[in-house]
Design a binder for this molecule. Structure first.
Ligand SMILES: [Zn+2]
Length: 480
């Protein structure tokens, strides 16, 4: 008995020792002490963004027509606002409304960079319009802030890129390597007419970008409060996307004499079974790195947890699962988004259908999702089929030791020295996904801080954010 107690005590001491050693070996978050870049004021850029917002380049929906006159107006706006860019860069047009500009570099043998932004915006619902502080497409500038749909997503990026390029052209700058500027016109409806097409052009012409930069990560001062510092998150990979259709066919009949089970009942149960469980939790490399880097800036206890994942992984995952945003970082999500059955109140339908939308973690595939759904349902009456038309397997992840990530990290810190820079996993999809298959590095970041109202009410951006973004693209173009 005494011996047993002795061993238990010894085990406890060893565990405590390992915990402490790991905690002390866990590096504290680095403090940036490199060069700091001055951010010049640029009031005309704010006016340009305001003008851009007033042009209603709306993507209404996948099957709904766009107002091409507005997109043409946007093209004229670009031509008149950024004349040097149009005179000196080679411009290619795809599907009439998406553009790629080529800025030839000194070394044409070096793999090029691609800077991306999309020109389209999501619509403003009629019911939401009255909730806006200023009319949604007014582009009004008040209190050093530019207001309106697209201020954040993603006209600020488009304007910031063009401002930086125009200014550098004025200074007769020639980039070291060739730089492409790629502006899609349908990112908000999956980019099939824009980015999907121009990325194909790159591929067909054997142009393998060394680095593709698109919207996505930002500087966040709200979500990582415990870190005590702003966190600049750079998207290094994207979740995949698959729709899965469920179909149940059972002869219907008159609603006055229902069978024990109808097509709707069976479908209902199938949906409930899928929703009752989640696919297993997984900490992917980019999320692991995010936890490490933000954890390193936190309390001794948090550092102990983060440096001893062999013991605390379960607790960390449970904590992340509490919130829908962080839950989506550690799980492939599956949710029904369309349910269809029935045509008349007194007719039991003989067919019932549902569509599940799934966002797949890197490391898993659409086939894994299909298998999970089939196993969860375990009912032969339910036909499970994945759609192939919108299928996108999870992307490759750009590693943090890639030179492009390191360079972007340095640039982010040179503009916001207090920021802690970290990779993260993109939950939503962007146009840059079309480049992931054949580019060395694809990163998603713009240095705007706590962006407000994107896809929602009162979308707006501070002039200081816009100026920081212009300085950022300038650094990206000139520091190679
Ligand atoms: Zn966007």
């Amino acid at each position: 008995m005494k011996r047993l107690l002795y061993f238990a005590l010894l085990a406890l001491v060893v565990v405590a020792g390992v915990l402490l050693i790991n905690t002390f070996r866990f590096q504290k978050a680095a403090v940036y002490n490199g060069t700091v870049v001055e951010i010049p004021n640029n009031d005309s850029a704010a006016v340009h963004l305001s003008n851009a917002i007033q042009i209603k380049t709306i993507s209404f929906g996948d099957t709904l027509a766009i107002d091409t006159a507005e997109f043409t107006k946007f093209r004229s706006f670009m031509e008149s606002t950024y004349p040097l860019m149009h005179q000196q860069l080679e411009k290619m047009t795809f599907n009439q409304l998406s553009y790629v500009f080529k800025w030839k570099g000194k070394d044409t043998t070096a793999a090029p960079y691609v800077l991306m932004a999309h020109m389209d915006v999501v619509p403003v619902e009629a019911v939401a319009e009255s909730k806006w502080t200023y009319p949604s497409f007014s582009g009004i500038i008040k209190n050093d802030t530019i207001w309106g749909r697209g201020a954040v997503d993603d006209k600020a990026s488009a304007i910031a890129i063009m401002e930086a390029v125009e200014k550098l052209l004025k200074e007769n700058h020639v980039p070291e390597r060739t730089i492409y500027l790629a502006f899609g016109h349908d990112e908000e409806i999956a980019g099939k007419r824009g980015a999907a097409i121009f990325s194909k052009w790159f591929k067909e012409n054997n142009i393998k970008p060394a680095f593709v930069l698109d919207e996505g990560g930002q500087i966040d001062t709200q979500r990582f409060k415990d870190a005590g510092r702003p966190v600049a998150v750079i998207g290094t990979g994207e979740k995949g996307f698959v729709n899965i259709d469920l179909t149940v066919e059972i002869p219907g009949g008159h609603s006055s004499m229902p069978d024990k089970e109808t097509a709707i009942d069976v479908l209902n149960q199938a949906i409930a079974k899928v929703r009752a469980k989640q696919m297993p939790a997984m900490i992917t490399p980019s999320v692991g790195e995010l936890l490490n880097r933000t954890g390193a800036a936190q309390s001794f206890f948090t550092r102990m947890v983060m440096s001893n994942m062999w013991l605390f992984k379960g607790q960390v995952i449970s904590k992340l699962e509490e919130n829908k945003q962080t839950n989506a970082l550690v799980h492939t999500t599956i949710v029904p988004t369309i349910v269809k059955a029935g045509i008349k109140d007194n007719v039991i339908p003989s067919i019932a259908k549902a569509t599940f939308n799934s966002r797949i973690l890197p490391g898993e595939t659409s086939e894994d999702v299909v298998n999970f759904v089939k196993q969860a349902i375990n009912d032969e009456r339910v036909m499970v089929k994945k759609q192939t038309i919108s299928l996108m397997e999870p992307s490759a992840t750009t590693p943090t030791d890639h030179p492009a990530f390191k360079r972007l990290e340095g640039i982010a810190n040179s503009l916001v020295p207090s920021a802690l820079v970290s990779p993260y996993l993109m939950i939503g999809a962007t146009d840059s996904r079309y480049f992931r298959g054949f580019s060395e590095a694809v990163l998603n970041f713009t240095p705007m801080q706590d962006a407000k109202g994107f896809h929602g009410i009162d979308e707006r951006i501070g002039i200081s954010d816009l100026n920081r973004m212009i300085a950022f693209y300038r650094q990206v173009i000139t520091l190679q």
